[in-house]
Ligand binder design. Structure first.
Ligand SMILES: O=S(=O)([O-])[S-]
Length: 131
């Protein structure tokens, strides 16, 4: 490998902001913060979701963020703060770095992801339930 996943994660983590699940939970009711769930749809269905989180497949992330893209999602241009998460914090670290490089700001991600969120006993809802 020219650059393996560990190096990519190290590079990302050196540049992005990380929050604990508990810190992130303090933002859940904040109207100025949007939670972005980067897990695959099957993971969301199987494991549940953080209430109110927008679901964004990682494959579409750049296209949903960029206002010039035909796939742009207006919530990314809302001027709000963003809290990214995945299952364990790896995908969200890379996605947060990408979003930050694109100019999305402020954006941070949850240390340990949804797994840590759930383990901390923080609010979840069934994945098949629409928010
Ligand atoms: O969700 S993940 O951290 O396993 S990529």
């Amino acid at each position: 490998m020219k650059k393996g996943y560990r190096e990519l994660l190290d590079e990302a983590n050196a540049e992005i902001e990380v929050v604990s699940p508990e810190e992130a939970a303090g933002l859940l009711e904040d109207e100025g913060t949007i939670f972005v769930d980067l897990r695959d749809p099957r993971e969301v269905e199987r494991d549940g979701r953080i209430p109110g989180a927008e679901h964004v497949t990682r494959g579409m992330l750049e296209f949903w963020i960029d206002p010039e893209s035909p796939y742009h999602k207006p919530f990314f241009a809302s001027g709000k703060s963003f809290v990214f998460f995945c299952a364990g914090g790896w995908r969200s670290a890379l996605a947060t770095k990408t979003a930050q490089d694109m100019g999305l700001s402020p954006v941070k991600h949850i240390l340990g992801g949804y797994t840590a969120w759930k383990a901390a006993g923080l609010p979840v809802e069934p994945g098949d339930k629409k928010k």
